[in-house]
Design a protein around this ligand. Sequence first.
Ligand code: HEM
Length: 363
Amino acid sequence: MTQPSPLWYTARGAGVVLLLLLTATVILGIATSQRWGTEGWPRFFVAGLHRNLSLVAVALLPLHGLTVVLDTYAHLGIEDVTVPFSSHYRQLWLGFGVLAGELTVALVATSLIRHRLGYRAWKLVHWLAYLSWPLAMLHGLGTGSDTRAWWALLVYAACLVSVLLAILWRLSLMGERAGGWQAGMGTLCGVGALALAVWTLVGPLQPGWAAVAGTPRELLGSQRAAQGTAGTNPSATPTPTPPTSPGSAPPPSPTPASQLPSGLDDRLAGSVTETDSGLQVDLVDLRDRSLEILLGIPGGDATTGPLTVTRGGRTICRTSADLNNPVTATCGGTQVVISLGRARGGEEGAARIVGILQTGSPS
Ligand code: HEM
């Protein structure tokens, strides 16, 4: 199994920059279409910035795509990043990104030959910007390894709010001539933004999303161990730790970033996913959501499995747990007891699980 390399981090960094560029391009495009300008920001400057930022975005797209291909982490090929929805890795969410990228190239290409196309045809194509931008957002949120990081959420929220405000401003300037269309589009955008926010909360921000999103099983174990978190956020752990597979003896714990407090009696919720080497249980503390627990359950008659406890992405301890119910372990000197139970319902690829975390006094 492989773990994230500098190429993977570069790809993710380029992705965030691309989203910011596309957001700025859309806002400046709206400003250009409304002939907006001030003394400090004359119209020609706004239009020029709109054009140039979109060109930078198109220049950055190959870096984003090529770095994921060159990196061996997700085993992606040229076809995966050029043919929408052809990938084995998070098919839908990667597909949205490929589509958004290709639409962006089409928008720029048609703009460069605008005089040949004629205004009406060009403008019709240009309106696809209102499709490419949401697709880029869905792609980033759905497949982004950083979605659960606070700074990434801030970036997504800022992009969403600023584009929503720009569109509402554009609609408000349409006045009488737009009639019911104006109110309809405004409502559609508001509902769309709300739906995106709710989906982010119940989807990408939940433990086990990596599996639900379509991460191949063989990657799930290495990804999570490398992350030291239950989510999809390798970057939250400043120095990725080597992968541990269920059943293998856990490597010695690093110096604890912080201690696991004693006296906890907290409810847990999470998911169980099957990996090649057994089961992975991801749990989040419902009172302190920064506290996450990753438990490996090897197949066969194994009575112990690796247990990792993280807070805010930092590993508190990596230890071996006794696999009874309740599961017991000692984490950095603190006794840990985790009672597990099945949650009602469940979804394909990741069964839901609940539990109680109790910690005893440090020994
Ligand atoms: C070389 C590249 C580009 C050029 C020269 C260009 C040019 C323009 C111009 C002149 C307008 C104003 C149209 C009008 O109302 O008369 C405009 C609007 C707009 N552009 Fe671009 N554009 C480019 C790329 C892009 C890209 C890549 C995106 C999206 C990511 C984009 C998004 C928009 C949006 C959202 C509008 C407002 C459309 C509307 O609501 O009427 N543009 N663009």
